[in-house]
Ligand binder design. Structure first.
Ligand code: SF4
Length: 223
């Protein structure tokens, strides 16, 4: 019974957010898909660039890099220094530049230069974690995936949909609560909400259309 109430609440939250986010900027992965289509390699590279970086830094870095390379072969042909200079605006740009090269090499060596379309194969690539794998499958292969980043983890807990300490636990709980056909929508909407309204420090609760649905768990300061 509790599961059903949670499920209904989650669907209601998705409905409210669909209306509320209409004029907000979309998350970087959605922007990449809009600009380049469903290209799994570009999605994978942009996800790797976005790790521990804001979309405002990682999206322009991805766009700049894709002017120079759009395949594993083209990326490998670029000198490391040139990749570093191109993605300079994202944090950890040196280690990320190296990672882009090793991932490209692994794609060529193990997958004939193609990004695999299964979770297990994706996370078997060095440097590809669960969030990146789910995001690539969801945005480039049109599978229904839950990708739990810091926004999805934080806001799902604030809303009271889950009560978890780690993103991996949030993933399991959300999979149980939210019907599969809503998974991509839920993640895209919650990421947008986290970037615009429900930030980590002082969320805009007074303007939030989710206020009645939200238990505001752990929110001690808000605007
Ligand atoms: S009411 Fe506040 S804590 Fe809840 S979703 Fe809205 S902004 Fe976030």
């Amino acid at each position: 019974m509790a599961d059903r109430a949670d499920r209904d609440r989650a669907i209601k939250i998705i409905d409210i957010l669909k209306r509320a986010t209409k004029n907000m900027p979309v998350p970087a992965a959605v922007a990449i898909r809009k600009e380049y289509g469903k290209d799994p390699f570009l999605m994978l590279i942009s996800c790797l660039l976005s790790l521990r970086a804001k979309d405002t830094a990682s999206l322009p870095a991805s766009q700049a890099l894709f002017k120079r390379a759009r395949t594993p072969q083209e990326l490998l042909a670029l000198p490391l220094r040139q990749i570093e200079q191109t993605i300079y605006s994202v944090g950890f740009y040196r280690s990320k530049a190296k990672r882009l090269k090793t991932v490209s090499q692994e794609l060529i060596d193990r997958f004939k230069g193609k990004v695999p379309d299964t979770y297990q194969e994706l996370i078997s690539i060095k440097g590809v974690g669960p969030k990146t794998a789910h995001l690539v499958l969801g945005e480039a292969f049109d599978k229904q995936e839950l990708y739990v980043d810091i926004h999805v983890h934080r806001i799902s807990n604030r809303l009271g949909l889950v009560k978890t300490k780690k993103p991996e636990e949030t993933q399991i709980e959300l999979e149980r609560i939210i019907p599969r056909e809503y998974w991509n929508d839920y993640c895209r909407l919650i990421v947008t909400w986290g970037q615009n309204i429900c930030g980590p420090i002082s969320p805009f609760c007074s303007e939030c259309p989710l206020y009645k649905e939200c238990k505001r768990v752990g929110v001690t300061r808000s605007r």
